[in-house]
Structures are given as C-alpha cells and as structure tokens.
Ligand binder design. Sequence first.
Ligand SMILES: Nc1ncnc2c1ncn2[C@@H]1O[C@H](COP(=O)(O)OP(=O)(O)OP(=O)(O)O)[C@@H](O)[C@H]1O
Length: 311
Amino acid sequence: MNAVAASKTAPAEQEAVICVRGLSNAFGEQVVHENLDLDVRRGEILGVVGGSGTGKSVLMRSIIGLQEPIAGEVDVFGEPMIGRDEQDARNVRQRWGVLFQGGALFSTLTVAENVEVPLREYFPQLGEKFLDEIAAYKVAMTGLPPEAGPKFPSELSGGMRKRAGLARSLALDPELLFLDEPTAGLDPIGAAAFDDLIKGLKETLGLTVFLITHDLDTLHAICDRVAVLADKKVVAVGTIPELLALDHPWIQEYFSGPRGRAAAESAERHEKEDPAEDRRRREAALASAGGDESEDAAATPASTTTKDEER
Ligand SMILES: Nc1ncnc2c1ncn2[C@@H]1O[C@H](COP(=O)(O)OP(=O)(O)OP(=O)(O)O)[C@@H](O)[C@H]1O
C-alpha cells in the first residue's frame, strides 16, 4: 500500500492532506532537499521551521507546483501533483489558498479587486455585484474594516497588507492554507492578533494549515505539530514536547535557547490565563496603539508588485 492509500485508511484526524515522499530539489550543484518525506494531517496547523536557507519556501513551492523537483512525489487531497495535466492540477489548486511572504498583492489593484482576482479566474460567470459582495465578506473575515476594500496595498500598514493577502487566499473557500512567514515584520501585538486570526479561521472553517515560520511564539500559540527542516530533509515532526525529547542539536538550540525558553514561558503563562481576559487585554493594547496601524509597515517591503508572479 502506498503512503496515500495508507493515509486514507487512517482515522480522519490522521489522514494526510499533503503527502510528500522522496522529494529532492536542486539548483545546479546546490542540493536543497534530498529524499524528503512529510505528511500534513487533515485539520492541523503544521508549523515548518528550519534555519535560513534550509528550503522551507522551496518545499512549499514544490507542493503547490511552482518548483519542479528533480525527484519524488507530492500528493495533495490524495491527488498526485507532479507531472499532472494542467486542468486536473487547476482543479486541485482551487481547493487551497496561499499567502506568500509580503502578501504578493497586485499593487495596481485595490484590496477588494485583489480578492476578486482568483474568483474571476475560476468563476468568470460571476456578476460584478456578487464579486463585490464576496470580496467584502472575505475582507471582513480577516478583521479588516470595510474601508480597506477600496484602498490600494500601498495605502495599508504591513499588518493590514498581510490581512489583505489572507483575504485573497480565502477567496475560493479553501480547505488548505499555505502561509509563508505570516507574522514576519509584525510587532508582537500585531503578530499575536494574526495568530489568533489564523487559529480562529482554522477552527471555524475546518482548515488544514501549512505554516512556515521563524516565530517561536506562533509555534507555541497555534501549531498542533512542528516539522523541522535540517540536513536537506525533515528530521523530525511532532508536538513541541515531543521535539524537545529529541537529541538533535539544532532542535535543542532552537527550542531550548534563550528565545525558545522565553516563548515557552510566555505560552505557559497564557495557558493559565483566562482566554477572554487575555483577548480583552490584547484588544485594549491594540486600540491604544492605534489598531493595525501600529504594525510595522516598513518591515513588509513595498514589494507589492504590479505583477503577482507567484500565482
Ligand atoms: N529560484 C531559485 N534559484 C536558485 N536558488 C534558489 C532558488 N530558490 C531558492 N534557492 C535557494 O534554495 C535555498 C533554500 O531557499 P528557501 O527560500 O527555500 O529557504 P528558506 O528555508 O525558506 O529560508 P528563509 O528562512 O531565509 O526564508 C537557498 O539557498 C536559496 O538560495
């Protein structure tokens, strides 16, 4: 029985929505992945971590079909993705959403128009009024005010641009979300609010989330399991306590170093607190800091390009 078939006979919560086997990627002489395996289970938020340049983004790009591997298999929703007929691949792509680093919004389109791009691509028959209604709904889902819809990306703070990118990734009602460093460049309050948003969306929409991050707080706050990339492969996958029990130098340094310990202590404190009170305090802090505008706009490059080459 192959890995995908095996995953179908597993209990629902163990079923692999993404199944990567024997993946190898190289750029010329540089081998990025060698015989990499990974499963992402239905309904989980899987955090993907690893040192800079270990190939987290290349892995995501291989799964979503933007990077042709030199070897290996990638199945999503039980469907093989490599060497797939374009129309079939398109049908599978419709079931996922992607938030690229920096948002990758079209700079010449408003937020609402950005959200409408995938809708127009997949549902050309939809009327303008209906498209506008769906876009407004998706914008609201990400916690942006209605006034954000007619704004251009350059008129938004970094945090708002991330939310706009997230709204676009939700346009087609995906079952699976790919998020590449969603909290990078956000201040701690903005990052925690974004974590809450992702967790809330995952729970209400029943999403499976593949989340690349360097943010230890995010890992503790919202990830069900964490996959560690090192030595060209996924060296371990598990809950943070499971990973901590392993004798891998990078894992130990990452989770047990000063930043890792601080994040663990902070997560422990939050667990003991009343979640409603915690949320109230965060909202109050956000309001007194000027809401989303407090988020570090400068940290997200104004690389909201005219052409979103990532799609
Ligand atoms: N299109 C490309 N052409 C050549 N090399 C590439 C290309 N894309 C990625 N690489 C190389 O592959 C390696 C892995 O890149 P990747 O962006 O996946 O790293 P990462 O783990 O996401 O890093 P970071 O945490 O810094 O974002 C890097 O050495 C990078 O330079």
